[in-house]
Design a protein around this ligand. Structure first.
Ligand code: AMP
Length: 222
């Protein structure tokens, strides 16, 4: 399975990608996670990306395109992947098309998740991430439970700086200006599907699976 999960910050791309990754044994390629890791390790790329990420701006196209190219260099990733948070500009989408052509990759589809603006702000304000493994939690689901430690690896849960309301407002503006226009780009491919991200996580997952199985037929589980 080779798909792109598309939508604004906080729509649930990361959560859905992790569920799909388990189901299909796909490689989850999140440019946000890759960049956060580079920032944490203070690599030259991380040092370059940090200021853009902190201010809620997009990291320059050539940087993220280079990152994706490196990841898709592995056969395992090329065979089955879920792209989460990439592409985010038309230039990135065009570069990705060229990469696919060069590597002989056919995309199964682009799944666009949609949620209301207020819900995005609420979700990001409630989102907590594990510093060690990147697992995502919502304070909604942690009511009365320990909201400081990751259930999977014991790492520390934190509220991302760019998930705080001041930066979220700017990230949403950036989404509207630079990323949303990609919908038209992908609509033309005939492999674009809109999914209601306001629904429960399990329901959204089921809708994605329905689409994958319907579009790929009996061989979808690969
Ligand atoms: P995310 O975890 O996907 O919300 O990404 C966090 C931040 O990483 C974004 O606000 C951007 O600063 C940066 N980033 C992630 N993916 C991209 C991308 N495809 N293009 C440019 N910047 C990105």
């Amino acid at each position: 399975m080779r798909i792109i999960l598309f939508g604004p910050p906080g729509v649930g791309k990361g959560t859905q990608a992790k569920l799909l990754m388990e189901e299909f044994e796909s490689v989850h390629i999140s440019t946000g996670d890759l960049l956060r890791d580079a920032v944490k390790r203070q690599t030259p790329l991380g040092v370059k990306a940090k200021q853009y990420m902190e201010s809620g701006n997009l990291v320059p196209d050539e940087v993220v395109i280079g990152l994706i190219e490196e990841v898709l260099d592995s056969e395992r990733a090329r065979n089955s992947f879920i792209l989460d948070g990439f592409p985010r500009t038309v230039a990135q989408a065009r570069a990705l098309d060229q990469m696919f052509e060069r590597m002989g990759i056919t995309l199964d589809g682009v799944m666009s998740l949609r949620v209301d603006h207020d819900e995005v702000v609420r979700r990001l304000n409630n989102r907590r991430m594990c510093r060690t493994c990147g697992r995502i939690y919502s304070l909604d689901k942690l009511k009365g439970l320990d909201a400081t430690q990751c259930r999977s690896c014991g790492g520390e849960l934190y509220h991302r700086d760019d998930d705080k309301p001041e930066t979220v407002k700017h990230r949403l503006e950036v989404y509207l200006k630079s990323t949303k226009p990609l919908k038209d780009f992908y609509r033309q491919t005939g492999r674009f599907v809109q999914i209601d991200g306001m629904q429960e996580i399990g329901y959204v997952h089921k809708m994605i699976l329905d689409w994958v199985y319907r579009s790929r037929g009996p061989n979808a589980a690969s």
